[in-house]
Design a protein. Structure first.
Length: 430
């Protein structure tokens, strides 16, 4: 007997921009006419990839295009990709809240979905009533729901408000109860979108722990969408990377996550641009950036034992502005390592012209891994002027050696060299 519980075959989903359904009676009639004659829908031949960053020429977009993969029983699959990649649309198709335009999906077992805050909840009903309603939708008997009821309420931490209509819940309370229901009422397949990010830190830890328990101890299948790569690597055994509505990678979670994290990141520790091609806008034009070991060439390797200069040269196109530059540094697990900023004019307004701003990351602070840099320009310390993600990346190599052999890769976002003191205290017993 096959161990496959989800089979996705050549699934596509088309939308018409700015419209509900096909958007016009003429399009509906045209589709029906082609269908009656046994011909293919004429609108399936048009449309563009769903790239949110570019303007298109067609009023149709493909949120999903020719997606195919299988999920085995007990797998925990992380579906990742940038905003607009098609992740949520795929989960909605899997949850049968929307139909695919083409292709087919086969699912074995009961599916519980948590796609957005309040999915499946009736706002006028109390928390208690919604637990029983959701359980019934999942095919549970009243006895089964009652057996799990106290556990759900305790997990959600909403006992005081369990008989209050959920329309009066905060978004955090809503998602706590919704996840508690979805995870505790024993579905064979659990589908969870980024909605967990709504909860506080304590709830996120509980939710991840519960999903870990559901998958490893109870052997249930989970499809999980999140931008938290550390959580994905901890929880998921497999990763699926989506881009513009298509699957571009499918493999181990760590390998797929690394491929995702380098998307759109400049794979260089130095870049320069001419004025007509420089990144920026009508206020800022970036001409040069680098993250290099002090006293060495940009092509030389950067080691943990090196001081690292991070530099940016740019043209300010605004007269009389109090401009600030901020760098955000991330490691490849998207852990925010640090936030560093300065006022370009040191508190004074600056005029139009070319400027250079740099700082030094001290040696023996960063770990031996890849780091990416986002740069933000602001005005008057409250207005965003320009933001560029992944403008730099730098691979930091291990600078510590013993007997000619480099140490292993260390865990953690940083690996500082510290000064130790050692002393023996007390008297030895006789």
């Amino acid at each position: 007997m096959s161990n496959t519980v989800i089979k996705i075959e050549d699934v596509s989903k088309q939308y018409r921009l700015g419209q509900v359904g096909t958007g016009s009676l003429s399009h509906d009639v045209n589709r029906l006419w082609y269908k009656v004659r046994g011909k293919e829908d004429p609108y399936l031949k048009i449309g563009e990839a769903n790239d949110r960053t570019t303007a298109g020429n067609s009023e149709y977009v493909w949120a999903l295009r020719n997606v195919s993969f299988n999920v085995q029983h007990g797998e925990v699959v992380g579906i990742i990709g940038r905003n607009g990649a098609g992740k949520s649309t795929l989960l909605k198709v899997l949850s049968r809240t929307t139909k695919p335009t083409t292709g087919s999906i086969s699912i074995k077992g009961r599916v519980a979905s948590l796609l957005e805050v309040g999915t499946g909840f009736h706002p006028e009903l109390s928390g208690r009533e919604n637990i029983f309603l959701n359980g019934a939708i999942l095919g549970m008997t009243r006895h089964e729901i009652k057996r799990k009821f106290d556990e759900i309420v305790d997990f959600a931490g909403v006992e005081r408000y369990i008989d209050t209509p959920v329309k009066r819940y905060s978004s955090g309370m809503y998602v706590r109860l919704a996840f508690g229901v979805a995870a505790h009422l024993e579905p064979e397949i659990l589908v969870v979108d980024e909605v967990l990010a709504v909860g506080d830190a304590e709830f996120q830890r509980k939710a991840l722990g519960k999903m870990n328990d559901v998958s490893k101890q109870q052997g249930r299948t989970i499809l999980f969408v999140s931008h938290n790569m550390a959580a994905m690597k901890q929880l998921c055994t497999r990763g699926v990377l989506m881009q513009h509505g298509q699957v571009v990678a499918d493999g181990s979670m760590s390998e797929v996550a690394e491929q995702y994290l380098i998307q759109g990141v400049t794979k260089s520790n130095e870049s320069s641009w001419m004025a007509d091609e420089a990144p920026g806008n009508d206020k800022i034009s970036i001409r040069r950036v680098h993250a290099c070991a002090v006293g060495r060439q940009p092509s030389d390797p950067v080691k943990t034992s090196d001081d690292i200069e991070v530099l940016i040269e740019f043209e300010n196109k605004q007269p009389g502005v109090d401009l600030d530059v901020t760098w955000n540094i991330f490691d490849m697990d998207m852990i925010h390592v640090c936030h560093i900023g300065t006022l370009v004019g040191n508190g004074e307004k600056i005029d139009k012209g070319m400027y250079r701003v740099s700082f030094i990351i001290p040696k023996n602070l960063l770990n031996n891994k890849r780091y990416t840099f986002n740069v933000i320009f602001g005005a008057d310390q409250k207005h965003l002027v320009y933001h560029h993600e992944g403008i730099l990346s730098v691979d930091v190599e291990d600078g510590l050696h013993r007997q000619g052999n480099s140490f292993h890769r260390y865990p953690g976002a940083i690996h500082p060299k510290v000064e130790w003191t050692r002393a023996r205290i007390g008297e030895s017993s006789v």
